[in-house]
Design a protein around this ligand. Structure first.
Ligand code: AMP
Ligand code: GLY
Length: 426
C-alpha cells in the first residue's frame, strides 16, 4: 500500500522510518518532509489548507492511508475532508481535535465527566478575568484558549504578572488563539506524559515517555517544543498508569463519544502527578515531538496495522510489542532557539553519527542541497539511541552526537536526568 505522511519534523521522520519497515508498505510520500525523510520517501509539496488538492493527490497516487503528524491540519478539519472522500486517515476530526484546539473545551469536558484537572474559569473580557485572579491569588496560570505553538501559557508568580498576561493575550499577542482565556489553579508535582491510541472506543496504551520542555540544563529557561525525551518514564508506575487510564483517559474517550464527536488517533495527555494523584494539564491530539522518536525506537511491532485500525474502528484486534530496552533522544537546535536563530548553516559528520549501533539521527529542520545538509529550523536534529537502561541510552546518544560537526547548533547535556537519578538509586 501507499502512505502519505503529513509534516516535516523529527516526529514525522520517526513515523516515516517506522512505517518504512512495514512489509505492507510499497511507497511513502511525505508532505512536505525534510532532509532526512528524503531517503525513505518521496517528498512532495502540497498546500495542506487546500483539502481538495490533498484529496486529488491521494487519488492520483493510490494513497491507502494518510498519517497526519502535527495538530494544525487536524484542528482545521483535514481528516473530515479525507473521510468524506473515503480516504483512510490517522487522526481525529476537527470536532474531536478541539481537545487540543480549545483549552476551554477540554476544561468543560473535564468538569462534565469528572476528570481531575486544575480548577478554572473561562473569560472573554479582561475585567472579569482580573477579578477572578484577585479572588484566587498567585501563583496562577493564564492560558490563551487556542493553538499558540506551545507559547500561550503563562505561569504567573504574582497577581500583577497574571493581570499583565491577561492584557497581553487580549491585546493580541497570540492573535485569534487569544480571543478567549482559561485561568486555572497552579498545580504542584512532577509532570508526566501519557499516550494512547484509540479508535473512539478501544484504548491501546503506548509505552510511557517524558520530554524536557525547558531550553536549559536543569530544566530552566524558556519553554520550547521539547529539547529531549526518554522512554520509559519511571515516574509513570503501573499504579499511576492504571489510575490515569481509569480516571482520565477512559472518561475522556467515553465522553467524546457521548458528545457525538468520537476521538480517533493518538491522544497525548500532559499530566501533573500531584499528591492527590494524576491531574490533566492538557491534551494534545497527536504524537509528542520528540516523544514520538523514543516511542518509535522502542516499538517492536509493525505500526501500520495499528494506524489503519484507528482509522477503521478495529483497534480491538490489535496489540503492540515493545523492546524492553530504554530509548533516549537529544535535540540539537540552532543557537538562539527558541528565540531567533540563523538559517542555512551546514551540518557535517551525520554519516559517522548515524552508523553507531542502535542510534538513529532523525531530522527535523533540515534540507539537503546537493550532498550538503543545511539547518533550516529551530529544532534541527534528534539523536536517538536505544540501550539496556536510560543511563546507557544517554551515553550512546551523546557519543553519537559528539561526532556531529555543527558549530551553529547546541543541545542540553542533561537529558534524562530525573530518570537517571532514579536508576542510580536502585
Ligand atoms: P500546556 O501547554 O497547557 O501543557 O502548558 C505548558 C506547560 O505549562 C506545562 O507543561 C506545565 O509545565 C505548565 N502548566 C500548565 N498548566 C499548569 C498548571 N495548572 N499548573 C502548573 N503548571 C502548569
Ligand atoms: N514535546 C511536547 C509536544 O510535542 O507538545
Amino acid at each position: 500500500m501507499n502512505i502519505l505522511v503529513i509534516g516535516s519534523g523529527g516526529r514525522e521522520h520517526a513515523l516515516t522510518w517506522k512505517i518504512a519497515q512495514s512489509p505492507l508498505v510499497d511507497k511513502i510520500f511525505c508532505a512536505p518532509g525534510n532532509g532526512g525523510m528524503q531517503d525513505l520517501a518521496e517528498c512532495v509539496s502540497l498546500d495542506l489548507a487546500d483539502h481538495g488538492a490533498v484529496i486529488t493527490f491521494c487519488d492520483e497516487n493510490d494513497i491507502d492511508l494518510v498519517v497526519i503528524g502535527p495538530e494544525a491540519p487536524l484542528v482545521e478539519g483535514l481528516v473530515d475532508s479525507l473521510d468524506l472522500a473515503e480516504i483512510p486517515a490517522f487522526g481525529p476530526t476537527a470536532a474531536a481535535a478541539q481537545l487540543e484546539g480549545s483549552k476551554g473545551f477540554t476544561k468543560d469536558l473535564c468538569a462534565k465527566y469528572n476528570i481531575p484537572t486544575a480548577a478554572y474559569g473561562r473569560f472573554r473580557n479582561a475585567e472579569a478575568a482580573k477579578a477572578f485572579i484577585n479572588e484566587k491569588g498567585a501563583p496562577i496560570v493564564v492560558k490563551a484558549d487556542g493553538l499558540a505553538a506551545g507559547k500561550g501559557v503563562i505561569i504567573a508568580q504574582t497577581v500583577e504578572e497574571a493581570h499583565q498576561a491577561v492584557d497581553d493575550i487580549f491585546g493580541g499577542q497570540f492573535g485569534a488563539a487569544g480571543a478567549e482565556l482559561v485561568i486555572e489553579e497552579f498545580l504542584e508535582g512532577e509532570e508526566a506524559s501519557f499516550f494512547v491510541l484509540t479508535d473512539g472506543e478501544t484504548i491501546l496504551p503506548l509505552a510511557t515517555a517524558q520530554d524536557h520542555k525547558r531550553v536549559g540544563d536543569g530544566d530552566i529557561g524558556p519553554n520550547t517544543g521539547g529539547m529531549g525525551a526518554y522512554s520509559p518514564a519511571p515516574v509513570m508506575t503501573e499504579a499511576l498508569i492504571e489510575r490515569t487510564l481509569n480516571e482520565i483517559i477512559l472518561p475522556t474517550v467515553r465522553g467524546m463519544k457521548e458528545e457525538g464527536m468520537p476521538f480517533a488517533g493518538v491522544l497525548y495527555a500532559g499530566l501533573m502527578i500531584t499528591d492527590k494523584g494524576p491531574q490533566l494539564i492538557e491534551y494534545n491530539v497527536r504524537f509528542g515531538d520528540p516523544e514520538c522518536q523514543v516511542l518509535m525506537m522502542r516499538l517492536k511491532s509493525d505500526i501500520v496495522p495499528a494506524l489503519l485500525a484507528c482509522a477503521a474502528g478495529t483497534l480491538q484486534e490489535e496489540s503492540l510489542d515493545w523492546h524492553d530496552d530504554a530509548a533516549l533522544t537529544v535535540v540539537m537546535a540552532a543557537k538562539g532557539y527558541p528565540g531567533s536563530y540563523e538559517k542555512g548553516t551546514e551540518i557535517r559528520g551525520l554519516d559517522q553519527a548515524g552508523t553507531t549501533e542502535d542510534v538513529v539521527v532523525f531530522h527535523a529542520g533540515t534540507t539537503r542541497q546537493n550532498n550538503r545538509v543545511l539547518a533550516t529550523g529551530g529544532r534541527v536534529l534528534n539523536i536517538t539511541a536505544r540501550a539496556g537502561s536510560i543511563t546507557a541510552a544517554r551515553d550512546r546518544a551523546y557519543a553519537a552526537l559528539d561526532k556531529i560537526d555543527w558549530p551553529e547548533g547546541f543541545c542540553r547535556r542533561d537529558i534524562g536526568w530525573r530518570a537517571i537519578a532514579r536508576e542510580n538509586e536502585k
